[in-house]
Ligand binder design. Structure first.
Ligand SMILES: [Zn+2]
Ligand SMILES: [Zn+2]
Length: 372
């Protein structure tokens, strides 16, 4: 029977790096693992095929031989063949860590084997809290080992039995047909623990773990940015009673503000003003991080002008002081005028000339040059 090319089986190029080969194997082995495809016998065949190809291509010597001689390098008589001196070896899948497939211990809680208990949560702060810093108290659920049974899962006075399927090793090794390797994986009966709970603890139903509410105080530094993370040591899950708790990583989310948005150290805010203010100049009320503030709009301010209020921005990321507040001026044209208002503006329109509107004057001049 013609054998398929090992590179083709793993879906990699001939010149693939060891990392690319490993990554391709991880991905495919996870897809075709028999545990994940219990009803598909073809998956087991494919899985064996993947193993064989990976065995060859992950070993520099065997790969070199394969590149030179093709499948003949693996035939009997070759030192690398099934019965040759270099055949065999044990793949320990924990080394490849195919997530969620092997040793998926305590999966109900999302705590995997070898899990140190690190947790991730989001913490929302207001725009003002992000600007000036604050201390926030936060309540969240975390997984800790059950105190009733000290994490054993067995009710008081009982101890778990040694698992008979793996003799307490937690892992089983099996030889697969013609494969020149023994595959090792977590014991399915005891989920890799090596022991089986016979009299489950009432508090944790035998899992040895409970969900607990925890409260912590988190210090938010002034000027913290959206998406910044803070790590609270020891505030994560504690799945093992004899090991320290994992860490809690908090991702800071700064809530949107009705007026402000951030640009580096500056705070930007759009402020609509009346066209009369823009023409005549005015002192207008603007929101600032420190409350209501006053801003002098000079006479003749154009729409889209940005005015600055010094030192009303965010705390500077690189040292002392604060950024500025940038006020983007929008000019509002009045709508639904009363007859009296309309009359006044009409009078103004007759009175006003292009001389005081230089942009319009320039535009009209160009128009005349072009079309006469
Ligand atoms: Zn318990
Ligand atoms: Zn077992």
């Amino acid at each position: 029977m013609a054998q398929r090319d090992h590179y083709e089986i793993l879906g990699v190029m001939k010149g693939a790096t060891p990392e690319e080969i490993k990554a391709a194997f991880r991905k495919l082995a996870s897809q075709h693992h028999p545990d994940r495809n219990p009803d598909d016998p073809a998956a087991a065949v494919r899985f064996k095929e993947l193993n064989t190809s990976y065995q060859v291509l992950s070993d520099p010597q065997r790969r070199a031989m394969y590149d030179r001689f093709g499948h003949r390098a693996e035939e009997s008589g070759s030192p690398f063949a099934n019965n040759g001196p270099f055949a065999g070896g044990v793949i320990d899948f924990s080394d490849i860590a195919v997530d969620g497939i092997l040793g998926d211990l305590l999966g109900v809680f999302g705590v995997g084997r070898g899990d140190k208990g690190d947790l991730k949560r989001e913490l929302e702060v207001t725009f003002e809290e992000a600007a000036f810093g604050t201390t926030k108290s936060m309540r969240y659920a975390r997984i800790v080992s059950c105190v009733d049974c000290r994490g054993s899962g067995s009710s008081p006075g009982h101890t778990p039995d040694t698992c008979s399927a793996c003799n307490g090793r937690g892992r089983v090794r099996f030889q697969q047909g013609i494969l020149p390797i023994a595959v090792e994986r977590a014991c399915q009966r005891c989920k890799g623990r090596g022991t089986v709970v016979v009299h489950p603890c009432d508090g944790c139903k035998g899992s040895g773990l409970v969900s607990n509410e925890n409260e912590i105080e988190v210090t938010i530094p002034p000027g913290v940015e959206h998406g910044a993370t803070r790590v609270v040591t020891g505030a994560g899950n504690r799945p093992k009673p004899d090991k320290a708790a994992g860490d809690l990583e908090l991702e800071i989310h700064v809530a949107p503000h009705p007026f402000f948005r951030r640009a580096g150290d500056d705070v930007i805010c759009a402020v609509p003003i009346a066209f009369t203010h823009a023409a005549l100049g005015a002192e207008v009320v603007v929101p600032t991080l420190d409350g209501k503030g006053k801003l002098r709009v000079p006479a003749g301010t154009q729409p889209g002008t940005t005015l600055r209020i010094k030192g009303k921005g965010m705390p500077k990321r690189a040292g002392i002081g604060r950024g500025d507040q940038r006020v983007e001026v929008t000019v509002e044209v009045p709508t639904s005028l009363t007859p009296r208002q309309k009359e006044l503006i009409e009078e103004l329109a007759k009175e006003i000339g292009d001389d005081v509107q230089p942009q319009r004057k320039g535009f009209m001049d160009k128009l005349r040059d072009l079309f006469g």
